[in-house]
Design a protein around this ligand. Structure first.
Ligand code: PMP
Length: 358
């Protein structure tokens, strides 16, 4: 037969996630770390990889790495689960807490993968849009969860792409107000230094998501993890792919985690550069730069789509959100190395001056 029946009905309208990665001279679009893993850590990784068996399956739960993360967080192994990037765990929450007849509460604009996974799993989505300044409409969220029927929600803190942390008071009120599973996505935690971890013991419905992709320079390796109650972790384990965290990734992440202190200088530099970038962006009359607790800055400029193109023509790739709902005329720039940031600022100034003349 030279014909095939259509895929499942709810898949048909979905559009695959597109990171919009294009060749460029300065990659400031994906919130990656501008520094790669330090040379001495790479040497140790290479040494350990030489001793690895390629022909054997990896430890399905990556218990070596799990124990290290658990210990560093004052938790038991059973409270930690690794995933193939935070992305896999975001998929798993939709599989385990979503599904037909179940409801996900979303706070757009936020990380688009949350909504995509809900749609993929046939989960109903209730949207409570953020206010104009991108802060969470806290009263509306608390009122909605009080009505009941929400199965899970995800609060990115800091939020991507808007940049700010959710307030701790709000998150605690939310955890008290609902029995829904509340995931606090702390993918950018190392740049905000704020975490809900101390509240895990008191709130069984809290699960925290973290990643190695940002502060620890491992976006290419694909490792993320959750911290939560063992009963929650068990449900995530039921829906995961058994060997999603491969042996190479386990070795790399273990070595990086043991040496995490050597990433601290880079993190501090990103935090300092973030302040400098915001200060410089705020000097440009055409630009509205939003505050940030992460390693990126969202900014608004009229004709953002054209500004994006003109920056790209100068070798600088930022992320274009100008066509996204709630983000009209917004671009997001990742905090890069001081040289990359300078290049971006110089190019942006040039582009804006040209547009003034036009
Ligand atoms: N959460 C947020 C808010 C993110 O921005 C990202 C990365 N873009 C992730 C989770 C997932 O990251 P990764 O899969 O690389 O761990």
């Amino acid at each position: 037969m030279n014909n095939v029946r259509p895929s499942c009905e709810r898949i048909a309208p979905l559009v695959p996630y597109d990171p919009k990665y294009l060749p460029a001279e300065a990659y400031l679009s994906a919130n990656e770390n501008p520094q790669d893993v330090p040379e001495e850590v790479r040497r140790e990784i290479n040494r350990r990889l030489k001793a690895m068996s390629f022909n054997r399956y990896p430890d399905p739960l990556a218990n070596g790495l799990r124990d290290r993360i658990a210990e560093a967080n004052g938790l038991e192994r059973e409270c930690v689960l690794l995933g193939n990037g935070g992305d896999e765990l975001l998929f798993n929450i939709a599989l385990a807490w979503g599904g037909p007849g179940r409801t996900f509460l979303n706070l757009p604009p936020t990380f688009s993968v949350y909504e995509q996974n809900a749609r993929l799993t046939g989960t109903e989505i209730v949207n409570i849009p953020r206010r104009d300044d991108h802060s969470i409409d806290e009263e509306a969220v608390l009122a909605r969860v009080a009505e009941g029927g929400i199965d899970y929600l995800i609060v990115a803190s800091p939020n991507n792409p808007t940049g700010k942390l959710a307030s701790e008071e709000f998150l605690l009120a939310l955890l008290d107000a609902t029995d829904a599973l509340v995931m606090v996505d702390e993918a950018y935690f190392e740049f905000s230094r704020m975490t809900m971890r101390p509240y895990l013991a008191r709130h069984k419905n809290l699960v925290i998501l973290r990643t190695f992709s940002k502060a620890f320079s491992l976006a290419g390796v694909r490792l993320g993890y959750i911290l939560g109650d063992p009963a929650i972790v068990t449900e995530f384990i039921k829906v995961r792919q058994p060997y999603s965290v491969d042996a190479v990734s386990q070795i790399i992440a273990e070595t990086v985690y043991e040496n995490r202190a050597s990433f601290e200088r880079g993190i501090v530099s990103i935090i300092e550069e973030r302040a400098r970038l915001i200060e410089q962006l705020r000097k440009l009359p055409e630009v509205k730069a939003y505050p940030s607790d992460a390693n990126y800055i969202l900014f608004r400029a009229e004709g953002a789509g054209e500004v994006w193109r003109a920056l790209y023509d100068r070798g600088i790739l930022v992320r274009d959100f100008s066509a996204a709902e709630h983000l009209t005329d917004c671009l997001r720039v990742t905090v890069g190395s001081p040289e990359e940031n300078e290049r971006f600022l110089t190019a942006l100034k040039e582009v804006l001056i040209e547009r003034r003349k036009a």
